[in-house]
Design a protein around this ligand. Structure first.
Ligand code: E4P
Length: 217
């Protein structure tokens, strides 16, 4: 399963990419707004660092304008994937962009039927938001299972990109279910590095080693 970072923050990306575990980046208008500055320049800089798929979202809401904006975003860098919200207009725009060979990530997916429709018009990725479903007492990961089953049964090449991730257990469940990608805030990736037994174990290894060295002296 691929691991993407869900952020528009270049520093977070630069800190984690050298570990070799980050396969791509997703952004959205809220994340980009937090960064300020020139959004196109930030997307370009992210592409240079990650060298993998980088989702940049359109803010237009009519299909013709979404297509124009999508083409414009795709021209920033070959790594750009155009993110389009799941609306009737977004589906129409996805069909056009996909037919031009532009990869589209259909976002704000909250049901299996939405994912199926996005796959039918050629989306490269669908982004079901598991955390936001959990927030309203719905089964976010249950939706992932449904989508993975449907895409497998019908041999869709559309990738299931688990989004709105809140913690490491979402990553574990996504991997077990066979999702293609999990996009996570940097804090969730950092949390995967923490285990008290690893810390205690390392401390003991180093102390034992030092003791043995001191005994030899
Ligand atoms: C998806 O690509 C979105 O950027 C993101 O995962 C939304 O997550 P949130 O619910 O934490 O805002």
């Amino acid at each position: 399963m691929k691991l993407f970072l869900d952020t528009g923050n270049l520093k977070e990306i630069e800190a984690l990419v050298p570990l070799g575990i980050i396969d791509g980046v997703t952004t959205n208008p809220s994340l980009m707004a937090k960064e300020g500055g020139d959004a196109r320049a930030i997307i370009k800089a992210i592409c240079n660092v990650v060298q993998g798929p980088v989702s940049a979202e359109v803010v237009a809401t009519q299909w013709e304008a979404m297509v124009t904006e999508g083409r414009d975003l795709a021209a920033i860098d070959p790594h750009v994937v155009v993110k389009v919200p799941f609306t009737r207009e977004g589906v129409r725009a996805t069909k056009v962009l996909a037919s031009e060979g532009i990869r589209v990530n259909v976002t704000l997916i909250f049901s299996a039927t939405q994912a199926l429709i996005a796959a039918k018009v050629g989306a490269a990725y669908v982004s079901p938001f598991v955390g936001r479903l959990d927030d309203i007492a719905s089964d976010g990961m249950g939706l992932i299972r449904q989508i993975v089953d449907i895409f497998e049964a019908h041999h869709f090449s559309t990738e299931v990109l688990v989004a709105s991730v809140r913690g490491p257990m979402h990553i574990v469940e996504a991997a077990r279910m066979g999702a293609d990608v999990c996009t996570c805030p940097a804090s969730v990736v950092e949390a995967c590095f923490k285990h008290p037994l690893t810390d205690i174990g390392l401390e003991k290894f180093l102390k034992d080693w030092e003791k043995a060295q001191a005994g030899r002296a």
